[in-house]
Design a protein around this ligand. Structure first.
Ligand code: GLU
Length: 294
């Protein structure tokens, strides 16, 4: 069989307008895909039903069209695939790796504070700086869980990390990291540093980690090009790929852009959007040039 051609993807969340950092990521995907005659897909990551809005999705499409980046037709929209994510969750559940957790963020924080006060030892945090989940709900009896579920108590679903790792024992977990020249090396992952991560949020039967893994596999993505802020989370993705029997793509993590004051560009900080730049008279050529894509 002829080897299939590489597949890249740009996967924005429509919870705001794109800024220069997104443009950089999209343009780098375009450049690397072109270089190896690959396809470039657009994926709309809109599982957050409260923050994502159709007008932002339209804005993203307008910005990308304005930049002159073309994508394969029919972008995948995550909110249309909740059933697929649920099936992946069910498979992990059937392996005994999923459990419901009724703790709020405040309760997790309070439990961690109590443990720190009791032991005098700082509680470990995940690579994003959140305290590892102290596994409070893993101690609940089946009866207690059933009662709370029947009462309709809000809960997330978590991965029992130790059990998940036990299932993969024996075979090292790793991915291939590639740089812009195409050189590759193997990177071993360490998912344990994330603890019992959330696989399904309160409101939807999935999380960023689960949907990104399912989608990359369903869409045949062979090369993931995304920001360094997602480098550590790739450990979780590689673990889920192994558990679900999915191929692990190759990964490249690009630096995040900063503004004049050295702050990383972020929607949450209302960094200047491409739409603003356009309104101020910027041209797509100028933006490409500014970002090093001439
Ligand atoms: N949707 C994520 C974001 O906008 C990107 C996810 C990914 O590339 O894996 O930051």
């Amino acid at each position: 069989m002829a080897p299939s051609s590489p597949v890249f993807r740009f996967a924005p969340s429509p919870n705001g307008r794109l800024h220069l950092g997104h443009a950089y990521s999209a343009l780098l995907n375009e450049r690397l895909a072109k270089r190896c005659h690959g396809r470039l897909l657009l994926r709309i990551e809109d599982i957050d039903l409260t923050r994502c809005r159709p007008e932002f999705e339209q804005g993203i499409r307008d910005d990308l069209a304005w930049l002159g980046i073309s994508f394969a037709p029919n972008p995948r929209r995550q909110s249309e695939h909740f059933e697929e994510y649920r099936r992946a969750l069910d498979r992990l559940d059937a392996m005994g790796l999923v459990y419901p957790c009724f703790c709020s963020r405040q309760e997790v924080k309070a439990a961690v504070r109590r443990r720190e006060a009791g032991t005098g030892v700082p509680w470990p945090h995940d690579p994003d700086g959140a305290p590892l989940y102290p596994r409070t709900c893993r101690g609940s009896s089946d009866d207690a869980v059933r009662r709370r579920r029947e009462a309709g108590d809000a809960h997330v679903l978590r991965l029992a990390m130790d059990r998940a790792l036990a299932r993969t024992a024996g075979e090292p977990l790793a991915y291939r990291l590639f740089d812009e020249s195409g050189a590759e090396r193997e990177v071993a992952v360490e998912p344990a540093r994330w603890g019992d991560v959330v696989l399904a949020r309160r409101d939807v039967p999935t999380s960023y980690h689960l949907s990104v893994v399912v989608d990359d596999a369903v869409q045949g993505v062979s090369h993931v090009v995304r920001g360094r802020d997602l480098e550590a989370a790739t450990d979780i993705h590689v673990l889920l790929q192994r558990l679900l029997g999915l191929l692990t793509p190759r990964y490249h993590f690009h630096p995040l852009l900063s503004d004049e004051s050295g702050q990383k560009l972020a929607k949450s900080r209302s960094s200047r959007s491409l739409a603003d730049l356009r309104a101020q008279g910027a041209t797509p050529e100028a933006v490409r040039r500014q970002l090093g894509f001439t």
